[in-house]
Write a protein of this length. Structure first.
Length: 420
């Protein structure tokens, strides 16, 4: 692999080879990361990278679109089947683009969006003040009522919605471990005449694999998502519309020509391959195993006395307060665990008193190691190594032993090339 890069550009080749070794020899626990199949990688690096394809299938601005239309239609049709909806736009280059495109499709400048507070698990594109979106639209927020259980304060959300009259009631998160009460979101949206929108970026694969509930089954109007993470596809975005054709047309126009130029047809081809994999029976087994593995890791942290935000997890991610429990800032924990071959990310916890670049928490989960074939037994041991590492940070001999154990575990579970 990379033969032409090796001959032409040794510096880039060295970085590619280094990343191959890093991924193969280490435990990946960042819950927004995963491994893709060889088929997805081949499609993503395919001949389609040469082709400009502004527009949509059957309505392109350039000629020579016979095969681009084939792969984009395959991607759309497979996504419709996966998520049980009528309309799909697979052109967003990223999840952020999908959310931004949605806002411009449905809102006028000054309109209001009701979304989850970032400090309680939301996402930057849900209205954090550092984003340019807040210069155009008004964002109001809801939080958890109880951070120890994860219960959303739906009563407060309803009162804020009645007062602020948002055009969008937005569910979804990047660091919230529990499943939401989708019916309450829909009820609140209907009461104030808003669209009910769910950002499923983190749990798209778990929904596609029937391990978690589908918001469309509760009446959500639109879902936005990335196509990597638990869906195990290429890095990209997507917008799904349950049944409203007028809304779908507005979204299409917003993405192109409103926001983006030519779609990345190589990535769309890889999305089609990924969605085909997600339609296979094996993918349901994978999604179910992710949740089992997350519960196994949760149990170790609870037994070790480390506080978990929301008391645990219903999904693929766990958020631990390591500063409050161990006196170790999240940044230190991230660096220390990386040294023994475990990659995760520092993360703010609800109402964190520490800054976002050195917060109190860490965020981790098993999607990637589940792809490698880890089951509950292995995930339990990984969690034990995490706790032992953080509790023995000055014992270099012990840390070296754990690094070697991680290498041996990775040898037993190599990254697979095929998922079907």
């Amino acid at each position: 692999m990379y033969d032409f890069v090796r001959k032409q550009d040794p510096e880039v080749f060295a970085a590619l080879e280094g990343e191959e070794h890093r991924e193969s020899e280490g435990i990946e626990l960042i819950p927004s990361e995963n491994y893709v199949s060889r088929a997805v990688r081949e499609a993503n690096s395919s001949i389609f990278t040469n082709k400009y394809s502004e527009g949509y299938p059957g309505k392109r601005y350039y000629g020579g679109q016979t095969f681009t239309d084939v792969v984009e239609n395959l991607a759309r049709d497979r996504a419709k089947e996966l998520f049980n909806c009528k309309y799909v736009n697979v052109q967003p280059h990223a999840g952020a683009n999908a959310n931004i495109g949605l806002y411009f499709a449905l809102l006028e400048p000054g309109d209001t969006v009701l979304g989850m507070d970032l400090s309680h698990g939301g996402h930057l594109t849900h209205g954090h003040p550092v984003t340019y979106l807040t210069k155009i639209f008004k964002f109001v927020r809801y939080k958890m009522k109880n951070v120890d259980t994860g219960e959303i304060d739906y009563d407060e959300m309803r009162e804020v919605a009645k007062k602020e009259k948002p055009k969008i009631v937005l569910a979804g998160y990047s660091a919230y471990p529990r499943e939401l009460n989708y019916q309450k979101f829909v009820d609140i949206a209907r009461e104030v005449g808003a669209y009910a929108v769910m950002d499923i970026a983190h749990i798209a694969g778990l929904i596609a694999g029937k391990a978690m509930k589908n918001p469309f089954d509760f009446g959500f109007d639109i879902m936005t998502t990335t196509t990597h993470k638990t869906l195990r596809g290429p890095r990209g975005g997507m917008i799904l519309t349950r049944e409203n054709e007028d809304v779908a047309k507005k979204i299409d126009k917003s993405i192109f020509p409103g926001l983006q130029g030519g779609p990345l047809m190589n990535t769309i081809a890889a999305k089609a391959v990924c969605f085909g994999e997600a339609l296979s029976p094996k993918f349901k087994d994978y999604a179910a195993q992710v949740l089992k593995n997350a519960k196994a890791m949760e149990a170790v942290f609870k037994t070790s006395g480390i506080r978990l935000l929301t008391g645990g997890t219903d999904s693929h991610l766990i958020l631990a307060d390591v500063f409050g429990s161990l006196g170790m800032p999240g940044k230190e924990a991230e660096t220390l665990l990386d040294e023994v071959g475990i990659t995760l990310n520092k993360n703010s916890i609800a109402d964190d008193t520490r800054g976002p670049m050195d917060p109190s928490g860490i965020r981790f989960g098993p999607p990637a190691i589940t792809t490698r074939g880890f089951k509950e037994k292995e995930c339990t041991r990984v969690a034990e190594i995490m706790v032992e590492t953080m509790k023995n940070k000055s014992d270099e001999k012990k840390l070296a032993g754990m690094r070697e154990e991680i290498r041996e575990m990775c040898k037993q579970f190599p990254i697979p090339e095929s998922f079907v």
